[in-house]
Design a protein around this ligand. Structure first.
Ligand SMILES: [Zn+2]
Length: 490
């Protein structure tokens, strides 16, 4: 990415120096939507002004954003960051293999330093790929020592994070009320901090006595939001929604992850109580929680955010997630129409809707819509400049929303700003080398692998494939067929 000599250098960006993006296509995700050829001024942690030909203070650094698109930073509302150390390991898994691997067998060998290594790599990847805020759905925290390890990673990477504390090996109504957990909360979250938040993460499998009541009460007592995997085929069902609704725990402070195999009443309850849904399309497509839920929930007016879920299977690439979400939604519309012998003549879900899900949708899901999620003066400056003067895919830019969703990629991220700090510039991260992180991850992988042994390691990565039933094909040439006879005569 070439820039003129007058362009600022990475080392010029300091906390006390304002900077301005000049002549960008600005997707504000706020009124008035898209501004052509506009400027965005950042001062301290904040977006100070948005508009054409801005007057800027003396000494302001000027970033030439011509030919680029400026968007709010992406917001991931559900990512199991600790699993990133085993990136790609489960690429061929079904959900049952994931459950067996993490819940029944090998999740228990992870130490605090393994959670730290996974979180560190994932946090680095987040800011590198324009995900300026990530909710860490951290269900591998077997005690607060693990929680401290997860937090340590966030303190080393200049991103915005929310620790959604969970412990899938324990009972949420017990750990959420344990004195050691309460101490962890008061030690680490004793003052409001929009760079590092806390939520509770637990699921409701639908046991008749609804023991999760105690965990919801703990969340209420601590003033914490709750994120829960809901509508996961065969695991968390409508029963859970009924229990939560009847007990009065369905509120705007709940995020339903996936929500992809629920009935109409459950969707109506989520809509009526102001909850949000985290759509993890690539996860739902491979793991089988249900059909990616944007298609279902938009009928009920439920606000959606986007999430990656886990890099143990697929990527953490938000451009890929946006693409998959738009495509899966339209795919379902076509399929349903064809079943009625009809033709879709207008796609309901638009690229603009998906960009909104990836930004303001995430902010709403985290209860941070007044702080982040749009390019609005007064909000915190979490910004992406998508610009790559050498990329054919960035030429021309005619429909900015569609360009972000269907054309641009992570390689086109020119500048990433988190909380007013430039963390990536001219396509290069500032001061965050990969090598020390990769070293910690390599040590963690070596440890986990040694605990599993080579057999379990290999079997875990390559789940056994049942043999397919052979389907008789009437179009296969057979002996006596004229064409086969003719061919053999040659
Ligand atoms: Zn998940």
């Amino acid at each position: 990415m070439s820039t003129p000599d007058s362009a600022p250098k990475a080392e010029d960006f300091t906390a006390d120096r304002p900077f301005v993006f000049r002549n960008a296509i600005v997707i504000t995700v706020d009124s008035p939507g898209v501004l052509d050829d506009a400027d965005v001024l950042v001062r301290g942690e904040t977006i100070e002004a948005v508009g054409p030909h801005l007057e800027v203070p003396e000494g302001t650094l000027e970033i030439d954003a011509r030919g680029g698109i400026l968007t709010p930073g992406f917001i991931d509302s559900h990512r199991h960051m600790w699993q990133t150390a085993l990136r790609g390991y489960g690429g061929d898994w079904a959900l049952s293999q994931y459950f067996v691997f993490y819940y029944l067998q090998w999740g228990q060998v992870f130490r605090p330093e393994d959670v730290y290594a996974g979180n560190l790599l994932s946090a680095l990847e987040s800011v590198d790929t324009g995900v300026t805020t990530t909710l860490d759905w951290s269900h591998g925290l077997r005690n607060p020592e693990y929680g401290e390890a997860a937090l340590q990673a966030f303190r080393e990477i200049p991103g915005r994070f929310v620790l959604a504390y969970g412990n899938y090996l324990g009972a949420p109504w017990e750990w959420a009320n344990a004195p050691e957990f309460r101490r962890f909360v008061t030690d680490n979250f004793n003052a409001p901090n929009d760079m590092l938040g806390l939520q509770l993460a637990f699921d409701v499998p639908g046991a008749a006595e609804f023991p999760e009541r105690g965990a919801f009460e703990a969340a209420r007592e601590l003033g914490l939001r709750v994120t829960t995997h809901a509508g996961v085929w065969g695991a968390t069902t409508d029963t859970a929604i009924t229990q939560m609704y009847d007990a009065g725990f369905m509120t705007p402070e709940i995020c339903y992850v996936h929500a992809s195999s629920l009935n109409e009443q459950s969707y109506q309850k989520i809509a009526a109580t102001g909850g949000t849904v985290s759509v993890a399309t690539e996860s739902e497509q491979s793991a089988g929680q249900g059909y990616p839920s944007s298609w279902a929930i938009r009928r009920y007016g439920i606000p959606a955010s986007i999430s990656m879920d886990t890099s143990v299977w697929w990527s953490a690439d938000f451009f890929s997630a946006m693409r998959a979400t738009l495509s899966a939604d339209r795919s379902r519309d076509h399929l349903e129409a064809h079943a009625r012998n009809e033709t879709i003549v207008a796609n309901r879900l638009r690229a603009e809707d998906v960009v909104r899900m990836a930004t303001m949708g995430g902010a709403k899901s985290l209860g941070m819509e007044d702080t982040i999620g749009s390019i609005t003066p007064g909000k915190k400056a979490d910004l992406l400049l998508i610009k790559n003067d050498e990329s054919p895919a960035m030429t021309p830019i005619l429909n900015p929303y569609a360009h972000v969703v269907y054309q641009a990629g992570t390689a086109d991220l020119h500048t990433v700003v988190v909380n007013g700090k430039v963390v990536k510039y001219e396509g290069v991260r500032i001061g965050m080398p990969l090598a020390p992180v990769a070293e910690k991850v390599a040590q963690s992988v070596a440890y986990v692998r040694s605990q599993l042994g080579d057999n379990a390691w290999n079997e875990g990565m390559h789940p056994e494939l049942p043999t397919d039933e052979e389907i008789e094909n009437p179009y296969t040439y057979t002996e006596g067929d004229a064409r086969v006879t003719a061919a053999s005569d040659d």
